[in-house]
Design a protein around this ligand. Structure first.
Ligand SMILES: C[S@@+](CC[C@H](N)C(=O)[O-])C[C@H]1O[C@@H](n2cnc3c(N)ncnc32)[C@H](O)[C@@H]1O
Length: 439
């Protein structure tokens, strides 16, 4: 299917994105841009909105599918189920007129090469409308709130009192956070540039005292069109991630390790905030993602020693000289960033969590041996699951007599170790930080 205005092409390509995520396990980061490239510029935002909308409502859309489809479609026809879910979503939740959703879906069936199913698509969508199927919402709570069962169980258990606001935050459209590179310009100067070049007429922006380098744009924009992108005046980085370098507090002359660094968002912020450290070693075990670290450092005019290594086995990469400070931005469930990546809901499985907790533990233990006495390790995840956060740190403290907590906030709630940020708290992603001191 070429970039064209063929009838139904946009829906057919959108159904293919859903198929790639839900049937083939591809991430949106990988597949959405490829499909967006095949449609007109003006339709790209629509495609994203529909894909995000469907992914946030999969259990209910699948329930409706089961009500209206006599038997599941198989093999090459399976993609038509995704087209139908997209159709239900348009009719139930979007401003697309119902008749247009039906006729465009029928055209899309043809564009997908499933001519024989045109009648079925037409019939199922018409029944959906006629029978007011969208009012049929089953009692199972995970279906109502659009979460996989395992995640619903975990989150409703952990966050019983604040579950509704957690869900709200997980669905809120995030603002666009910029981080001004203070080695190139200042936030005030950059705000002036945005103003004089007319950007602030179109987008309203705000700042927060807790985030000295951040500018928050109320909505997304093409960042390459903003002044100074190529010159490295700013990066795109969520507010929660901008706290890492602040909490790390690297000082002049120190040896810093950024253990899981790719694509380098936090590495570069550390270097912007602390230009006089002795060295910054940035490690990751993903060679491909490390290329992004090099590109980012080059664009921002910063320097670090970037290496590919498995951080859980220090004997394979450590020269034996202890680090003053370590940032461990650990591999995690990413349940704090579902509002940006709703595919996580369906790509992550409940069984992944235990394996991640074990990996995080291994990495923490390995890195602890490379930290000097009196040094600090900042542990971070973009997760909202206590298993990966406070429980992980509690277990570490229980087995490491030389570890203690450095409070990150003055009013740390009792029986907690780190700071759990919930999605959309001050506009930030869900994140967790805990700072450990080695005695
Ligand atoms: C949350 S991401 C890091 C984001 C990064 N700190 C930033 O701010 O741009 C976690 C990273 O851990 C890396 N990783 C996972 N397991 C690892 C291991 N055993 N050794 C080194 N890196 C690992 C992944 O490749 C991934 O890039």
């Amino acid at each position: 299917m070429n970039k064209s205005n063929n009838k139904g092409t946009l829906r057919a390509l959108t159904a293919q994105v859903l198929y790639a995520v839900l049937e083939q396990g591809q991430s949106l980061r990988d597949c959405l841009p490829k499909f967006q490239d095949q449609v007109e510029e003006k339709d790209r935002a629509w495609m994203q909105e529909m894909v995000f909308g469907v992914l946030r409502n999969v259990p209910l859309l699948q329930y409706w599918l089961r009500q209206l489809l006599n038997k599941p479609l198989k093999g090459r026809q399976k993609i038509v189920e995704h087209l139908l879910m997209l159709g239900f979503y348009q009719i139930a939740y979007s401003r697309v007129p119902a008749h247009a959703a039906v006729s465009e879906s029928v055209d899309a069936t043809q564009a997908l090469g499933s001519h024989a199913l045109k009648g079925l698509v037409n019939g199922v969508l018409r029944n959906f409308i006629r029978e007011n199927e969208q009012d049929d919402v089953p009692e199972q709570p995970h279906i109502k709130v659009g979460l996989p069962k395992w995640l619903y169980k975990k989150l409703s258990g952990y966050y019983s009192d604040s579950f509704d606001s957690l869900l709200e935050g997980m669905k809120t459209r995030p603002p666009l956070w910029l981080r001004v590179n203070r080695q190139q310009t200042s936030r005030d100067e950059y705000l002036d540039t945005l103003k004089t070049q007319g950007f602030l007429d179109a987008i309203s922006v705000s700042t927060l005292p807790t985030h000295p380098d951040a500018i928050i744009l109320e909505r997304s924009t093409n960042i390459r069109s903003l002044p100074g992108y190529d010159q490295g005046w700013f990066s795109v980085q969520d507010g929660a991630a901008q706290l890492a370098a602040q909490y790390l507090q690297a000082e002049d002359g120190e040896r810093i390790l950024d253990a899981c660094c790719a694509p380098g968002g936090k590495t570069s912020h550390i270097l912007e905030l602390s230009p006089n450290i002795q060295s910054c070693l940035a490690l990751d075990n993903d060679q491909y993602r490390l290329q992004r670290v090099d590109e980012n450092l080059k664009r921002l005019k910063l320097k670090a020693s970037v290496k590919c290594a498995d951080v859980s086995t220090p004997e394979s990469w450590w020269d034996g000289t202890p680090f003053d400070r370590i940032l461990l931005d650990a591999p995690c469930s990413a349940t704090g960033v579902i509002r940006r990546h709703p595919d996580i809901l369906w790509l992550r499985k409940g069984s992944d969590i235990e394996a991640l907790v074990t990996l995080q533990k291994q990495i923490l233990e390995g890195l602890w041996t490379t930290l000097k006495s009196g040094g600090t390790l900042l542990y971070a995840t973009c997760s909202v699951l206590p298993d990966e956060n406070d429980d992980q740190i509690r277990a570490f403290l229980a087995t490491h007599a030389d570890a203690s907590i450095v409070p990150l906030e003055p009013d740390r709630p009792e029986n907690t170790y780190g700071r759990q940020i919930l999605p959309n708290e001050s506009g930030m992603d869900g994140f967790y930080y805990a700072k450990l001191l080695k005695s």
